[in-house]
Design a protein around this ligand. Sequence first.
Ligand code: ASP
Length: 437
Amino acid sequence: MRKKLSVTSKILIGMGIGLLLGSLINAFAANVAFIQDYVVNGFLYVVGAAFINALKMLVVPLVTFSLICGVCGIGDVGILGRVGLKAFLLYIATTGLAVAMAMVVAILIAPGKDFNRDISTATSTEFMVRQAPPVSDVLINIVPRNPVHAFAEGNMLQIIFFVIMFAIAMLMTGETGRQLADGAAKLNAVMMKVVTLVMDFAPIGVFCLMAKTFAEQGIDLIVPMIGYFGVVILCLLLHALGTFSLLLAILARLNPLLFIRKMRPAHIFAFSTASSNATIPVTMQVVEQRLGVDNSTAAFTIPLGATVNMDGTAIMQGVATVFIANVYQIDLGLGQYLTVIGMSILASIGTAGVPGVGLIMLAMVFNQVGLPVEGIALILGVDRLLDMLRTAVNVTGDATVTCIVAHGENSIDRQIYNDPNAGVITEIELPHKKERA
Ligand code: ASP
């Protein structure tokens, strides 16, 4: 009997073929109008963008129903506050740790010391106008003025705020609330099925995203920037494989190797979409079904993490600061390094996990420590690839903290966590498929 490929393996194959095809187009067909118009900006663009839309389409309803179930599952406002506070503090601590480690490694390796700079001011002007959002604004904007607007915009912090209040009110309204909670549980189950349906198209979606990105991104862009590129990747790996593994083993007594293996679908999606927000449905599915975290914890901590926790982004910002300071031969003092840590944490909290946002926030970090904002033009060319990698680290951070919080709350099923095959999707059965068979 033929062994069925898991969906993850099919997605991996799609990713590999996409990478190969994209690189071939970049190398041999960069100037062939037909290929560019109909393949890269035609088929690949349309299918890839439609697939990202499909993922984003899942986020708001999934988070809403799942969060209602989560809050009703916890059933106690005090515990809810404790889970939220623990997750939030761990998110801040891991981001701080990430950026501090990144700066230490970058200072030791010193990328950019002998860099021959040739800066295009044209590309840099768009970064000049950005200002840091004041902390007061970040706090005020957590409370939505109009929940419908928050839902329409997909503003995750505002949605979380409103849904938690709504669900707490459900808990307080006795039987009526309980009936609503039953309804939400049913809607949540259906939404999970919708996720599975979208995943059915993931191999082709991921193939198109990868092929388009690599058709446009020549690997040759990296060569002059290899120092910066290499240090960012080194720090991302150190954090993802080192820091997270240690935290999981020490704080939650969980096997980090199993964690890394089971996180693969979330990594692939984060890498190909470069958006932690769009990856929320996959991260939630992995954390609940493969790692055994109860919905009452994951429904809250995963969407929260996708918004407030960006360790990979903070790492890029730390390395970029040291790199640009080296290129422009500007000496930074301890105070400025500490400012970078604070700013990276704030940037991480105040922005949503969407592609490229880390680079925009970097302008605000540079402003704060007096580095030339036009330096960003230097790293612009290689940012897309790094964005993909750091997004994978961002979602790994969300899942790590979720497991640690779940351990503290006794809401992780270790049997599921330790079972290598738990939650593996081998085949998605659509009714019409069965009929045809
Ligand atoms: N793309 C990243 C994310 O969604 C954010 C960034 O670093 O630009 O997590």
